[in-house]
Design a protein around this ligand. Sequence first.
Ligand code: C2O
Ligand code: CU
Ligand code: CU
Length: 505
Amino acid sequence: MKKQSMMNQSVSRRTALGLLGAGGATAVLAGCGMGMGGGSTTRKNANPGGTPGDPLTAPIELRSSNGVLDVELTASATKLPWGDGERFALAYNGSVPGPTLRVRPGDTLRVKLNNDLGQTTNLHTHGLHVSPEGNSDNIYVMVEPGKSFSYEYRIPDDHPSGTFWYHPHHHGTVAPQIFGGLAGALIVEDRIDDIAELRGADQHVLLLSDPRIGTSKSVLDATTAEKQAGREGDVLLVNGQLQPTITAPAGKVQYWRIVNSSASRYYRLSVDAPAMYLIGTDQGRLPSPQRVNDVTLTPGQRAEVLVPLVGVGRVTLSTTEVERGKNMSMGSGMGGMGMGGGSTGASIGPTTPLLSVDVGPAQSPPANLPAEVRPAPSTPMRADRRRAISFGAMSMGNGEFVIDGQSFSADRITADPRSGTTEDWVVTNNSMMDHPFHLHVWPFQVIGRSGGGALDPGWRDTVNVPTGESVTLRIPFEDFTGKTVMHCHILDHEDLGMMANVEVS
Ligand code: C2O
Ligand code: CU
Ligand code: CU
């Protein structure tokens, strides 16, 4: 661990001095056990830590070539530079976030996961439409301490392009492992990514996280009350950095692929620029850019936005705290079944800056926004069957979070759709707080909200279900069969039992 920490510091120093050329990148790769071939590396890696105003850094990017991306990820505890000192974290290849993986539809992604954590872990590719079986996105595989496992994901030829992510999925320790820093972006690119307006934009992958800062693994501890509320950390970070800065000329368009990798925190993102445009959600692009005032992301959700830089000055990306009912549930035990109806979803401040852009003089005429970012994806006209799913919390003081009244059990099948059919799921939340519903493998569209709220645009894999309301999802169970899970993406709730099996046959 000592060695690991020194390596990170030396990487950080090189970056600060601007010396990271090919030699620097090689050093990082050698130190991390990468470089298995079948893919190329771009950009640099750094963990510059907690000094506001430092230039934004990106994790190493590993890109497929000739249809293959072969990577090795080693999960271990480490210390990352933080201000003048360091902080405890869990990291893939010594980096938080882990490497960004870029693949294309039709590719094969192979990940050899080495577990140096000293506790069981595994890997999930959140949002990928791939097989949930065998050594693909199979979250029932467990990788014991000191062991390795080789995953292989065959990405369908018609997989939507978009922003996805990877993280551990070992039931019972998902929250502390992701909260500790085990997360990375996984980008699928296709021809729509080659349109000039997107290629010409200044693209950044932004992983949002809110760790607790400390020098020992006790930062991963949480009390029962904190788990029930869903743990939130001390600081809000972008790519592991506190309030980093991007420098860009006026006239450029910022293109941000944003991932909420926090364990529990909801973000309501806004910029003080003249306009922000949403172009993609969890599952790929919207038909065309949509002008928005803000974008709310529950844990697990992603958004792709465009922000044109108009004049010289400073543009800040901020988040406002969202009322998700975490305080309503406290003090009244767990919030009993059927006692929903509180109002959530409001912005309750404070507003915290996440990132700023120092906008310099224009170097070229203002760039245009793309007119179209994806042909309109169709929603199936009708469903073959309707299913009711209920999210709840037990009031017995034992802190159990349940789906359909039951805490997670590996062998109970809660939903058993037929492959090739489409289902409507009415997900009801009978507890006192909001829960983000997430389904693996099969994307859905939101077609109804009992509370009358706006229907979330685009295809999704994670959606907020407000307290006391129900949300109706239309889900085509296409392409794959097998067993996987649905769960609450407040990861402490998932660890406390708010997960259930789905088996498609
Ligand atoms: Cu982001 Cu079941 O996971
Ligand atoms: Cu997932
Ligand atoms: Cu929850």
